[in-house]
Design a protein around this ligand. Structure first.
Ligand SMILES: NC(=O)c1ccc[n+]([C@@H]2O[C@H](COP(=O)([O-])OP(=O)(O)OC[C@H]3O[C@@H](n4cnc5c(N)ncnc54)[C@H](O)[C@@H]3O)[C@@H](O)[C@H]2O)c1
Length: 251
């Protein structure tokens, strides 16, 4: 199936983990994928091209307006105006857990800067391109930690609550411009980063015990919901938050 045939889709934080899995899936669905990350995106780009997909790798820090502007220029030159944006880049997998009273202001600011301000900056930078395209689909990545008040990374949980608020405000302000904005809240997902973090490894068994579907969640479990939000099947859905967590939370 080619549900995203010829759509120009930007994915942030797509060098590894969830972003890489989604970028590859979009490539399989026929999208022209702009694979961005602060680190090298070669593995993701090569994987998309190796199965006949179209991909452009761009090194981009989501907190740099210069990087974002350069990415938009490169994307338009290669593929034309941008239609879809997945704001996935975030600081999570490398965070070691500790009580909030031991968090420094610098740690707090860095997580807020990347996880909340980054999504705002990339969206703002991509908007003129979406307007040139005449339509747009934006998906932001929140987190299930917001619903149980994750312990030991209060700056992260707060940032992901911010992503839900930002999604709703963006949806209201862009509703008249043929652009939808939604967010997806994944449960604890076995990604490259979470496998490396011993704190998150410990959380695996209790998380699975609290799910309706009692198994690990993998990045590929997010493909269906996020692809749906990128296609015209979701054209009358905006400002929403979809839990993809194996039925841990039911709102
Ligand atoms: N893995 C989980 O359990 C889980 C659960 C809920 C939500 N999430 C969210 O999903 C997203 C991806 O998580 P993941 O597990 O794949 O993490 P990850 O650490 O494996 O990947 C994050 C990617 O973002 C990139 N990145 C970091 N800072 C950046 C910046 N300033 N600019 C551009 N790119 C940057 C990293 O280089 C990395 O490739 C994050 O937003 C995370 O908060 C993850």
């Amino acid at each position: 199936m080619e549900r995203l045939k010829d759509k120009v889709v930007v994915v942030t934080g797509a060098a590894r983990g969830i972003g890489s899995a989604l970028a590859k899936a979009f490539g399989t669905e026929g999208a022209k994928v702009v694979v961005t990350d602060i680190n090298t995106t070669a593995e993701t780009v090569d994987a998309i091209k190796s199965v006949g997909g179209q991909a452009l790798g761009v090194t981009m820090d989501v907190t740099s307006n210069d990087d974002i502007a350069a990415m938009v220029r490169a994307a338009e030159e290669a593929f034309g105006p941008i239609e879809c944006l997945l704001n996935n880049a975030g600081l999570f997998a490398n965070i070691r857990l500790k009580p909030f009273w031991e968090l420094s202001e610098d740690e707090w600011d860095l997580v807020m800067r990347v996880n909340v301000r980054g999504g705002f900056q990339v969206t703002k930078g991509v908007l003129p391109s979406m307007r040139r395209r005449g339509r747009g689909k934006i998906v932001n990545i929140s987190s299930g930690t917001v619903f149980h008040g994750g312990v030991g990374h209060m700056h992260y949980v707060t940032s992901k609550g911010g992503v839900i608020g930002m999604t709703r405000s963006m949806a209201r302000e862009l509703g008249g411009q043929n652009i939808t904005v939604n967010c997806v809240a994944p449960g604890l997902t076995e990604s490259d980063g979470t496998r490396e973090n011993p704190d998150l490894h410990v959380a695996r068994a209790p998380t699975i015990a609290n799910r309706s579907i009692k198994r690990d969640m993998l990045p590929d479990d997010l493909i269906g919901a996020i692809t749906f939000l990128m296609t015209s099947d979701s054209d009358f859905i905006t400002g929403q938050m979809i839990n993809v967590d194996g039925g841990r939370y039911m709102y």
